[in-house]
Design a protein around this ligand. Structure first.
Ligand code: MG
Length: 249
């Protein structure tokens, strides 16, 4: 069952989203050659502790051990912060969520470490644009499939593939609510989109093919072919017509 939020609930989610955006911005600025991924997790914990009513939602979720996911190069999503040291030319997905006054915000960005190759830059730019295309397709009265179709069409037009085995999701009081929001699909397929639906859109775009493999740690998702992958995410609310991005500064 898809949950329709009231304007008051969306307003709280806007505040939750702003906290996520502020902290993600700080994390992005902290990404430099030589930094350990664990240090980014420490920074996120320190930042979220500045808000009385907010806490990091990933920590402990199905026993996930950290407050952020840090996924480097061929890692698609759900990378666990640890002793890995970032180096010049890496690309890093930073995924972070909070729960604030009972509601969730969830967003991700991929950033380069120092100077990255033109190919890596193009992949990140295309993934960010694919997310924008998905958000633009998320309209009151439209269909869930419009979102995935728009994301897939853009990513594939640039010669990339979209991950099939992991998706965006409804979000609200829970981090993962119905519906699942695939990053591929067909226009006019699936449920109708309605004002007050809140969704996390999160294209994962691979330079090679769309297949993934799970790391032995049970969390980290890699591209099966070892190619680079980028990931961007926003939490949005379907409005009267267009969607509003909730995870903005
Ligand atoms: Mg998410």
């Amino acid at each position: 069952m898809t949950i329709i939020k009231s304007a008051a609930e969306v307003a709280i989610m806007r505040e939750a989203g702003r906290i996520v955006a502020i902290i993600l911005q700080k994390l992005s600025e902290a990404v430099k050659p030589g930094i350990k991924t664990r240090s980014l997790d420490d920074l996120a914990e320190n930042e979220v502790s500045k808000w009385n009513s907010a806490r990091a939602s990933f920590k402990g979720y199905h026993n996930f051990p950290a407050s952020i996911c840090v996924s480097v190069n061929d890692e698609v999503v759900h990378g666990i912060p640890g002793n890995k040291v970032l180096k010049e030319g890496d690309i890093v997905s930073l995924d972070f969520g909070v729960i604030y006054k009972g509601f969730q915000g969830d967003a991700a960005v991929t950033v380069g470490v120092g100077r990255v190759s033109p190919d890596a830059r193009k992949l990140m730019d295309a993934t960010r644009t694919a997310l924008a295309e998905g958000i633009n397709a998320a309209r009151n009265g439209g269909y869930l499939g419009d979102i995935g179709a728009a994301i897939q069409a853009y990513a594939e037009s640039r010669g990339y593939s979209v991950v099939r085995e992991y998706s965006g999701h409804g979000i609200g009081r829970d981090m993962h609510e119905d519906p699942l929001v695939p990053n591929f699909g067909r226009k006019s397929d699936g449920i109708r989109l309605r004002e007050g639906m809140t969704l996390a859109l999160e294209p994962m775009v691979n330079m090679g093919n769309w297949k993934t493999r799970l790391n032995n740690n049970g969390w980290t998702v890699h591209t099966a072919d070892g190619s680079l992958s980028a990931h961007f995410e926003h939490t949005i609310a379907i409005g009267k017509d267009e969607a509003e991005i909730l995870t903005l500064l």
